[in-house]
Each structure stands twice: as C-alpha cells, then as structure tokens.
Design a protein around this ligand. Structure first.
Ligand SMILES: [Fe+2]
Length: 272
C-alpha cells in the first residue's frame, strides 16, 4: 500500500498514513517519506504504538542517532515532561517554551528531531512549528542583503525559564555562533536561523541594531501564516527538520502530566 500524504497547513506539515512503524519500511515507502519530509518539513504519523527500538529504527531512516547534549548519560532518548522520573533522562519543563531550534547553542545542532507522545494534557501544550524557509522568502531584497554574511550568538541555560529571553549570559552555559541565513544541505533552500529563545545577539553590530534585526525576524518567524500548530494526541510521532523549522511549546496546566519521548538525528554537515 502506498503511503498517503495530507497537507496539514499552508505553512508546513503533512500527515502520513498507510504506514505501520512497528514493521520495517520498504524502499519505496522510505523514499516517499523522505520526499514528503523535504516538501513539508514536519511529518505527523498518528496512532503509532511504538517501543523505543521502533522509534529508533524510524529515526535511523534519516541518519545517525544523536546523543543528548543536555545530560551526562548514554541514553539517546530524552523524556520531555513536567514530572521528574529518576529512572530515565528527563528534561523537566513546565509550561510555555519559546521558539527555538534544538541544540542551536552547539557547534553541530541535530538535523532532525522526533517526539513521540505518551501522555498529553487535555488542553494546551501544543507544539508550533515555523517554516523558516518561507520566512527567508518573505524578506525584502534589502533585508536579504542586510543579513547576508551575518552571524548570531546562540545560547541556552537549562536552569532558566524557557518562556523568557535571558537578560544576561552565564559564560559557562553552552553557546555557539551560527550564520543568520543558512542553506539547507539537501534542498538548497535558504532559511532564517535565529530564534527568540536561544539567539542572544547579532555579532559585530551595535546592540541597538542587533535588537532591531532580531525583533523584526522573531516577529516574522512567529507570524501565524508561517506556523503549523500541532495539537497532540497520544501515540503521535512527529518528525521535523531542525535545520529550517523552529518550534515552540504552548502553555498548559502544570498539574496535568505531559510526557513525550524525544530522539534526535545527527547532522552530517555543519551549519553553512
Ligand atoms: Fe525543542
């Protein structure tokens, strides 16, 4: 049976049906899946009951598995949740998390992330995905010229509130400068590679100019016409292209348990 690809929004995202990820994927299905991923940047596979091994096998379709940068562990799964579990690697985060690219603060951010939903609050906790290739395409020529060749410092401190931009930097927290405009290694499309949570400043310009540029870009990235907002159901597997889609978590009731299993995929190329 051929897979079915159904667009989820004008900005990004497609729902894939006709696949059972507890089984090995055929060559044709793998090819179709990769094409859909390039076309839509975010893929949703609903109603999948997946073990860790099956999620990992799916991830290996797209590349090598990335380790955890945020924790000192051999585990390649990170449980994104609001309730600590001492038996697994958890990222305990409560409520909103602003737009970001996973691992943008590191030299080699992952190229893709997957989240598999295990427990979901009945209201809130949606994940929004911003198509940052579309954002680049919407820039005027003047803005494109202005941003060409610029780099920005990306930073993250796990100890701080992910719904606020930091007003000062801990020099010991992870940080790395990347180009503001990056080119996708497979599609060749350009995208805007800054985000409100982790991008602290544009390098080599005055603070006022950096603030002006970042405010403009953050607002454009977060414009509703550039966003697909995903409302989770249990047993959803979502794969997104972390090179060109920023994502954010919406607020939810911290008393309600939210538990997702994340696995990321290494990028074989540096950000360019
Ligand atoms: Fe994330």
């Amino acid at each position: 049976m051929a897979i079915n690809v159904e667009k989820l929004s004008d900005a990004a995202g497609a729902a894939i049906s006709g696949l059972d990820l507890t089984q090995e994927l055929s060559t044709d299905d793998t090819q179709a899946l990769k094409q859909a991923w390039q076309d839509h940047m975010v893929l949703l596979l609903r109603g999948q009951e997946l073990t860790e091994e099956e999620q990992e096998r799916f991830c290996r379709t797209f590349g090598e598995i990335a380790g955890l940068k945020s924790q000192n562990t051999d585990s390649k799964f990170l449980f994104v949740t609001n309730k600590e579990d001492p038996n697994v690697a958890t990222a305990v985060q409560i409520g909103e998390m602003m737009f970001h690219y996973d691992q943008a603060y590191s030299e080699h951010p992952c190229k893709a992330s997957t989240l598999y939903s295990i427990e979901i609050p009945d209201i809130g906790g949606n994940t929004s995905f911003a198509n940052c290739c579309a954002v680049y395409d919407q820039l005027s020529d003047k803005w494109k010229d202005r941003l060409e060749g610029k780099t920005a410092l990306n930073y993250f401190n796990y100890a701080t509130n992910p719904s606020l931009r930091p007003d000062q930097i801990d020099p010991d927290a992870p940080q790395y400068s990347h180009p503001v405009i990056r080119t996708h290694s497979e599609t060749g499309r350009k995208s805007v590679y800054v985000n409100r949570l982790m991008t602290i400043r544009i390098n080599d310009v005055k603070k006022e100019e950096s603030d002006e540029i970042l405010t403009y870009l953050f607002d454009l990235i977060e414009s509703p016409h550039n966003i697909y907002e995903h409302v989770w159901q249990v047993n959803d597997l979502v794969l997104w292209d972390n090179r060109c889609t920023a994502h954010a978590r919406q607020h939810y009731d911290p008393e309600k348990r939210r538990l997702l299993r994340r696995m990321t995929i290494l990028d074989e190329k540096p950000v360019v």
